[in-house]
Structures are given as C-alpha cells and as structure tokens.
Write a protein that binds this ligand. Structure first.
Ligand code: S3P
Length: 166
C-alpha cells in the first residue's frame, strides 16, 4: 500500500519522500515530477498557458494512477483542492500530513531557488497565507496521521513516520 505525503508547499514532502523511500525500500514517486513529464513542460509554464483548473484535472488523473502502487508518493500542495482527490485520499490508511506553521513554510519557499511555484510567484505572503488557511481543514480531513514538522529535520520526520505507520 502506498504511503502518501500531503501538506502545503515547503512542507518537505519531496525530501521526506525520497528518504522515506530509501529507508522503506519503496519506490519514490514525486507526483509533480510525473505531472511535468506527462505535460512535457514545467508546471509553472503549464499554469500560465492552460490555467490551474486544467492542472488540477491532470493532477487528479495521476493520483488515480499511482495511489494503489506500493511506493512512497509525494503530492503537490494543492492536490487537496480537488474534491475527487480528497475523496480518494480519505479512503487511504497511510496518508501523512506534514504540518507546519505558515511562517516556517513561507521562509522555506522564499529560500528555495530550485522550485518555481506558480502560486507562490503570483501571490504575496498575505495572499498565500489565505490559501494556506483555506486548505488547513482539507489537509486535516484527508490525513490518517499528522506530523508537526516545524522544528524537525528531514531525518526526524522520517523517523516519526516510521514509528507512526509501524
Ligand atoms: C501547488 C504546489 C506545487 C505544485 C504546483 C501547485 C499548490 O507543489 O503542485 O505548483 O497549489 O500548492 P509543492 O507543494 O510540491 O510545491
């Protein structure tokens, strides 16, 4: 059964997912990476050209394809915006919510030079905070387990997940 990581941008889903994949000897699947492979373009370009709604449809298709794998799956932070994704996640028993306070996430997002995040680029801190607040209940609703990550290293988060799902 897949271990599925959810949480806002900057929650550490990708770094935690990679390490968790290694420790559990499971395949690591980064849904954002799979989406951009399928789209044959970076997600940021797709947002500009086709819009968020089309992106969400494809995100749902990919989650449907992968959720029954036995890998570790990191989802995009907005996956829980889609009702169908939420319904699917709620039926899974190993959905882990990587929770963090908004300020922690914001600092990680602005420090991250590698990932271009369309929603972080087109919104100021206060607008992004509004999106964060709106999404909180969705993350909580879909999570089988929650890990508070603010003061934890990637290694510590992985340790906690392993203790939680054992
Ligand atoms: C998004 C988060 C991104 C990516 C896309 C939209 C969002 O993933 O899927 O830019 O709506 O929060 P990360 O959470 O991995 O940054």
């Amino acid at each position: 059964m897949a271990i599925i990581l959810i949480g806002f941008m900057g929650a550490g889903k990708t770094s935690v997912g990679k390490l968790l994949g290694k420790k559990t000897e499971k395949n690591f699947i980064d849904l954002d990476y799979e989406i951009s492979k399928r789209l044959q373009m970076p997600i940021s370009e797709f947002f500009v050209e086709y819009g968020e709604e089309k992106f969400r449809e494809i995100e749902h298709e990919l989650l449907l394809e992968y959720h029954q794998s036995s890998g570790v799956i990191s989802t995009g932070g907005g996956c829980i915006e889609t009702v169908a994704c939420r319904e699917l996640l709620k039926q899974q028993t190993q959905v882990i919510y990587l929770q963090a306070e908004f300020n922690t996430l914001w600092n990680r997002i602005i420090d991250d030079q590698l990932n271009i995040r369309p929603l972080a680029q087109s919104n100021e801190s206060k607008d992004l905070k509004r999106i964060y607040q709106k999404r909180l209940e969705f993350y909580e609703d879909c999570a089988a387990h929650t890990i508070a990550t603010d003061h934890l290293t990637t290694e510590d988060v992985v340790k906690q997940i392993l203790q939680t799902i054992d």
